[in-house]
Ligand binder design. Structure first.
Ligand SMILES: Cc1cc2nc3c(=O)[nH]c(=O)nc-3n(C[C@H](O)[C@H](O)[C@H](O)COP(=O)(O)O)c2cc1C
Length: 313
């Protein structure tokens, strides 16, 4: 009796905004430091790529503690975008990252005015070996009364236009989920020049200690991430991908290979994994390995063919 031939290794490669990734798994911003910190824990070259912590033109200290709180199947955070600043990233972190072969580095950028974004991108433009910029628009526009860039179509249009004008790299716009119509925001980002969109960032949320009556997070409100948000994130990725024809990077609560497949079937070309790295620092690499097995067992030759492949009848 002949046993069935072992399935051939599936092709896990995907392409996003002209960037070739060896697999669709990207470590999400704010959960993977500047990458270097994970070098001894994760084989960085086994990931599709990683997004570094959000960078601003000036270094920032972040919010006072407590800044993290675990909720059922999720996590609240109000880190406050603490970072070393774009200049220190270019001068100190990038040279170390450049010594590691075969990795793809994305730089996440944020600001509180259009000029902030512009200045940060100009500094990052001086660095080498950054694949693309990911624009975090879930920040208050302090010049325009504090509404989030990503919650106001006009502000989103302006900030993406500004970033596109100064950027010498592909631009991924990371949408805020704290909106009524994600499809509208996705379209605005595309029309303003985004080469891809990524979503979702964290959901505005909070928790109170009923005994002390104090907020669990010093900042009072925080961002919710992790498996608790996955079904909502998936719906938003689905809505956004149907609204645009640029690639979509999906995220929100991914912790298994099957979760990745769900996001790809909903329309994502690649995914990011954030909170899972908090309970298992090796999660990104492990889940990328599981994805290969998942596809091999089902004889799926190319993972890219899953994108948008949901069957409705
Ligand atoms: C502690 C923490 C810090 C984060 N910092 C950033 C950041 O600097 N920039 C950004 O765009 N997103 C940031 N995020 C959002 C994540 O990149 C991701 O969009 C979100 O957590 C949803 O994915 P997940 O459920 O897999 O964590 C942060 C998330 C967490 C949990």
């Amino acid at each position: 009796m002949t046993s069935p031939a072992a399935p051939a290794a599936p092709d896990l490669s995907v392409s996003v905004a002209g960037i070739q990734l060896k697999n669709p798994v990207i470590a999400a911003s704010g959960t993977f430091g500047y990458g270097i910190e994970f070098e001894d824990v994760v084989h960085l070259n086994k990931l599709g790529g990683f997004v570094v912590k959000g960078l601003s033109a000036q270094p920032m200290a972040g919010n006072p503690p407590p800044r993290l709180y675990e909720t059922p199947a999720g996590m609240l955070n109000a880190i406050g975008l603490q970072n070393i600043g774009a200049r220190a990233f270019v001068d100190e972190k990038l040279p170390k990252l450049r010594q590691i072969k075969n990795i793809v580095v994305f730089a996440n950028v944020f600001g509180y005015s259009r000029e902030d974004y512009e200045r940060t991108i100009e500094i990052l433009n001086e660095g080498e070996d950054i694949a693309a910029y990911e624009l975090n628009v879930s920040c208050p526009n302090t010049v325009a009364g504090g509404i989030q860039f990503g919650s106001d179509p006009r502000a989103l249009d302006e900030v993406v236009n500004t970033a596109k004008r100064v950027s010498r790299r592909p631009l991924i716009v990371k949408l805020s989920p704290n909106v009524t119509s994600i499809a509208l925001m996705a379209r605005v980002a595309q029309e303003a020049g985004a080469d891809a969109i990524s979503l979702v960032n964290t959901f505005l949320a909070m928790a109170i200690d009923p005994e002390t009556r104090k907020p669990r997070i010093a900042n009072v409100t925080a961002g919710l991430s992790g498996p608790a948000i996955k079904p909502i994130a998936l719906r938003m990725v689905y809505d956004a991908s149907r609204a645009v024809n640029i690639p979509v990077i999906g995220m929100g609560g991914i912790s298994t290979a099957a979760d990745i497949v769900e996001f790809m079937l909903a329309g994502a070309s690649a995914v990011q994994i954030g909170t899972a790295s908090y309970w298992d620092p090796v999660a990104t690499e492990k889940i990328a390995g599981e994805l290969e097995t998942w596809c091999a067992e089902r004889r799926i030759p190319r993972v890219a063919e899953l994108t948008g492949g949901m069957v409705t009848e």
